[in-house]
Write a new protein. Sequence first.
Length: 71
Amino acid sequence: MDTGKGYFEMMQAAANAKEAELVKAAQEIEAKHPNHGGWFRPGEVIEIRGSRFRIKTVSPTEIRLKLLTKG
């Protein structure tokens, strides 16, 4: 999640976590950062200025994107 302070906060959740556990963990992190932005995850496709990208990695200070073909 974008904290609004120039870095990303990672959510640590077990691979077999239930939806309610994920929502609770997200709410706890969001409560710590009232100016937060969006959540990002690897594999997600986003659009910026008409171009599509796939998120490759998310680290505390950057997101790596791969440009996707149109069509």
